[in-house]
Design a protein around this ligand. Structure first.
Ligand code: TIU
Length: 227
């Protein structure tokens, strides 16, 4: 069965059983005060706007029995997997690994590393722990997608121009069709969010499509009715 999702630069048709919803890094470290995002000088409230649309997309994907995947950016407690260039860069108020109100910044197992409660993964939903910005770099995501026959990725999460973009670019080069859900993504920089989405869909969809959570929900409802 093929369903149609309204998107730009044009509608995309895909088989729900070959599609996955992937939510990128909806972690307390990026969305809540006291985490990695705030240490970089960002207003984390800007990312909260994506939570409701991500909830809508998550509920729709679960109802249509799509594969749902969550990712988290973070490092081993001993930081051996963190490139020095990443640890040293910039002038954050706290560096990766420093103690903060939600535990050590961007470290696996700490409270800040958790996905926000509103989007908590179900036990059967894979969670990909990634050391980089892209979800394919040094993870088993590609293997997991291929084992499950996935050819289309519906993507939400944060931030639009960093981890969402990097992941979509990686996925596109690996042959996956990628759809960013505009309102289910967010950035600390509204201008980067807007332009980031335009970059994906420009030139006839140079590396993907852009849709939104309500359109995705409508497509999933159609899939459930057709099943
Ligand atoms: N800082 C920023 O915009 N993003 C990141 O560091 N990681 C993700 O996007 N997840």
């Amino acid at each position: 069965m093929l369903i149609t999702l309204d998107a730009e630069p044009g509608p995309i048709r895909f088989a729900p059983n070959r599609a996955a919803l992937i939510l990128i890094d909806m972690q307390r470290d990026f969305l809540e005060p006291g985490g990695f995002g705030e240490t970089l000088g960002n207003d984390v409230a800007l990312l909260q706007m994506a939570v409701g649309p991500c909830q809508m997309a998550l509920a729709a994907a679960r109802a249509a029995e799509l594969l749902v995947i969550h990712t988290r950016e973070g490092h081993r407690p001993d930081l051996r997997d963190a490139p020095p260039a990443k640890l040293e860069r910039g002038a954050p108020s706290k560096r990766i690994g420093d103690p903060g109100p939600m535990g050590r910044i961007l470290i696996r197992g700490e409270a800040g590393h958790d996905i926000v409660a509103a989007l908590a993964p179900l036990p059967e939903e894979p969670v990909i722990d990634k050391p980089g910005k892209g979800a394919f770099h040094q993870t088993d995501l590609d293997q997991l997608l291929r084992n499950n026959g996935i050819d289309t990725l519906i993507v939400g999460g944060v931030t639009t121009e960093v981890c969402v973009h990097t992941t979509i670019r990686e996925a596109n080069d690996r042959g996956y069709r990628c759809v960013a859900l505009a309102d289910a993504c967010a950035s600390y920089f509204p201008e980067f969010h807007r332009i980031g989405l335009e970059m994906i869909k420009a030139q006839g969809g140079i590396f993907g499509w852009v849709s939104d959570a309500a359109s995705f929900r409508n497509a999933m409802n159609a899939a459930v009715r057709a099943a």
